[in-house]
Design a protein around this ligand. Structure first.
Ligand SMILES: NC(=O)c1ccc[n+]([C@@H]2O[C@H](COP(=O)([O-])OP(=O)(O)OC[C@H]3O[C@@H](n4cnc5c(N)ncnc54)[C@H](O)[C@@H]3O)[C@@H](O)[C@H]2O)c1
Length: 468
């Protein structure tokens, strides 16, 4: 078995595709508009619109508000104001509370509100958008935003399915706008140090990793198991009329275009295949992204999912992803990552000299590396991974790149490769297979046409990625 140094990986890999270079002169691809990508001058602020004022929208917006280079000018959500929201029903979401937060921060009343994101994208004063909507919206909104010349910070998982991610990468290349996927572990030093130690060979030969992702679906965070069940009328905070349709967007409507109680709440929509990919994509977007980074596989990916085991209930049409699962992610050179909802949340790399565990704000190294210090011990020949220029946050890294035209910590093409692994695993699960081969060069399943059909996301209700 070969050593898993980054260099060895790159050398052994037949998967490399041309790498995107940032900062080139690019043009918008709209039929009737060919404008140069607009970047604010160093003297002006980045006018940012927030699309999706829910749990994570507020979290990201609060970080952007702290950046003096940013002016949050518009907040957009089909929900005006809904209380008892968030993972533990602890917050109020919607465009009205978001405006109140922004105006309170700037001590004025200048923040505008929109219920329809297309108004935001048509506004020439908007430089950049934060997309923090449920997963079924990301691709369509990001593609429309890029085509409108906006720089995009798009929450993870950046797409609902593989076809969407491919199209996003194509449009990102074509338009040349700045794109940051919200897989913010790339900007956290504990993950970077872990990845650099493993990739530089400090653990010796390393051919395996255990990855713990959360399990569960219904009842998570104390949500009532009875939620997300009954067909109701949409609540009146979807204002003005038609905004429940705007929430559903390209997702398939429920029976009679009704409203399943609670389905729009973050602890429900994630677990339904119309709007999310369950925990495999929700957290795979984080830890599988770190796996890819460590292995130097940002332009490639694994060749198979093996040993898939799960407890998906085929009769549950609301929580229709597995609550518990395990599978192996297998690379061409034999590296194997075992993913399980029963393992501690994080990544444990197994090296011949010892194990290294990394999770959020936690890095457990083998004894012989305890005193290792990245500032003085990372040698010139070691693997040096991307550091956010400001060194502060993923959001600030995005703003840096909006000004400079340089790369971000997690560009569109990189986020696409990472989330593809989770999406391949979900297709394997859905097909009831133990093993499913994947060709990361062709980006297709080499021997399963049914899986290739499932890789194509169907958009409903007249929405499409090409005509918005
Ligand atoms: N990076 C992270 O660590 C992290 C953490 C949590 C969530 N997220 C991601 O953020 C996204 C949002 O998740 P959440 O937990 O905040 O969900 P949420 O349900 O709390 O928030 C989503 C918001 O988007 C709004 N919305 C729906 N359709 C819209 C539309 N057409 N236009 C504008 N707004 C619309 C909803 O009304 C809601 O307010 C998800 O993709 C999730 O995976 C990332």
């Amino acid at each position: 078995m070969m050593r898993t140094s980054r260099r060895a990986f790159l050398k052994s890999s037949v998967l490399a595709v041309p790498v995107l270079s940032g900062g080139c002169r690019c043009f918008l691809a709209g039929e009737d508009c060919r404008r140069e990508v607009r970047r604010p001058s160093a003297m002006s602020r980045v006018n940012l619109a927030v699309i999706g004022c829910g749990t994570q929208g507020f979290a990201n917006m609060n970080v952007f508000l702290q950046d003096p280079r940013v002016q949050v000018t518009v907040v957009c959500d089909p929900v005006l104001s809904a209380g008892k929201y968030g993972y533990r029903s602890e917050m109020t979401c919607g465009r009205a509370p978001a405006k109140a937060r922004v105006d309170g921060f700037y001590k004025n009343s200048g923040c505008r509100m929109a219920a329809d994101f297309r108004e935001v994208l048509a506004d020439p004063s908007v430089d950049a958008v934060l997309i923090a909507t449920p997963d079924h919206w990301h691709a369509l909104q990001a593609i429309a935003a890029m085509k409108a010349g906006k720089h995009v910070y798009c929450q993870k998982p950046m797409s609902l399915g593989i076809s969407e991610g491919k199209e996003m990468v194509r449009v990102a290349r074509e338009t040349g706008v700045t794109f940051q996927v919200g897989s913010q572990q790339r900007s956290a030093s504990e993950f970077r140090v872990a990845a650099e130690l493993v990739a530089s060979g400090y653990l010796g030969e390393c051919k395996a990793c255990d990855i713990g992702l959360p399990g569960g679906n219904k009842g998570l965070y104390g949500h009532e198991k009875s939620m997300c069940r009954d067909l109701w009328l949409a609540p009146d905070y979807f204002t003005p009329e038609g905004m429940w349709d705007m929430w559903q967007g390209p997702a398939q409507h429920w029976d009679g275009n009704g409203f399943i109680q609670g389905i729009h709440e973050p602890m429900c929509w994630r677990f339904n295949s119309r709007t999310g990919g369950g925990m495999i994509t929700d957290w795979g977007a984080h830890h599988l992204d770190i796996l890819q980074w460590t292995l130097g596989m940002d332009d490639g990916g694994p060749v198979a999912i093996e040993n898939m085991v799960h407890d998906r209930d085929p009769d549950d049409r609301i929580f229709d992803w597995a609550a518990n699962y395990s599978f192996d992610v297998v690379y061409a050179n034999g590296f194997r990552a075992h993913v399980s909802s029963k393992l501690p949340n994080g990544l444990k790399f197994h090296g011949e000299k010892g194990d290294l565990f990394v999770a959020r704000r936690k890095l457990v190294r083998p004894d012989f590396l305890k005193k290792w210090n990245e500032k003085k011990d990372l040698k010139g020949r070691d693997v040096h991974l991307y550091r956010p220029r400001g060194g502060v946050s993923h959001e600030m890294d995005f703003i840096d790149a909006v000004y400079s035209g340089g790369r971000t910590a997690c560009p569109c093409s990189v986020g696409h490769r990472s989330i593809t692994i989770a999406q391949v695993a979900n297709i394997c699960e859905r097909l009831g297979l133990s093993t499913l081969k994947w060709d990361p060069v062709a980006e297709r399943f080499p021997d399963n046409e049914e899986a290739n059909r499932m890789a194509v996301v169907r958009h409903h209700n007249g929405w499409s990625a090409t005509g918005m």
